[in-house]
Design a protein around this ligand. Structure first.
Ligand code: PRP
Length: 225
């Protein structure tokens, strides 16, 4: 596969849509660039799995936008399933993975491609891959939109990578901060002050901080600017 595009944070930061300027410090990957790269990833997947009956397993919830765009470029026979996994649950114990939804399909003897939005420490994918391997698929590969190379604590490698990004707290195109910002059409860098223990409250004109009770997921907090 061609080299993975490495995204650097532009100092201009002037492309943030007005409505998001109080929340987002910079656009890291604009909409058009995401669209081009997702199309290229889909072409590659299409070629590699030609003639196979693929089972695509997406991890909830961060993959929702990436997945929707990716699969609409695929003309392979494929079935879609989801695993719900989060690096925090009802509690706030750092690093604790909680499975909220299990697979429905039988993947034994099948070609399985796991799709996730971001590969960071690798803890999430490591656990998911262990689970899937135990189900004896014919093949098991990983596709992620984003990866942060220097942060791995588990030896997980992705077979398809959209972009390599720096260690910034990113939101949008499915990625959240305290369940917000998933619907931004671009990948942006959250204003660092929004991560400083303040709860983010959206208003019609953007968002504001409101008190000291921010909800951090363990994984996402570790991706602070
Ligand atoms: C995020 C993301 C990845 C994981 C990556 O999930 O979607 O699955 O963290 O981090 P890691 O490589 O350090 O494990 P999160 O738990 O925030 O849940 P979400 O997808 O619902 O946002």
């Amino acid at each position: 596969m061609k080299a993975v595009p490495v995204v650097a944070l532009s100092r201009r930061g002037g492309l943030v849509p007005r409505v998001w300027r109080r929340d987002v410090a910079a656009v890291l990957i604009p909409e058009e660039r995401l669209a081009r790269r997702v199309r290229a990833l889909a072409r590659r997947i299409q070629k590699d799995y030609q003639g196979r009956d693929l089972v695509l397993v997406a991890l909830l919830s961060g993959t929702l936008v990436f997945l929707a765009d990716l699969i609409r470029h695929l003309t392979l026979p494929l079935r879609l399933d989801f695993i719900g996994v989060s690096s925090y649950g009802a509690g706030t114990v750092p690093g604790r993975l909680v499975f909220t939804k299990e697979l429905k399909l039988d993947v034994a003897g099948r070609d399985v491609l796991v799709v996730d939005d971001i590969l960071d420490t690798g803890r999430t994918l490591r656990r998911v891959l262990e689970k899937l391997e135990a189900l004896r698929p014919r093949s098991l590969r990983v596709c992620v939109l984003l990866e942060k190379k220097g942060r791995r604590v588990e030896p997980v490698k992705a077979d398809y990578v959209g972009f390599e990004i720096p260690d910034l707290f990113v939101v949008g195109y499915g990625l959240d901060y305290a369940e917000r910002y998933r619907h931004l059409p671009f990948v942006g860098v959250l204003h660092p002050q929004l991560l400083d223990g303040a709860e983010v409250v959206e208003t019609e004109r953007g968002s504001a901080r409101n008190g000291p009770a921010a909800r951090h997921s363990a994984g996402r907090t570790a991706r602070r600017v």
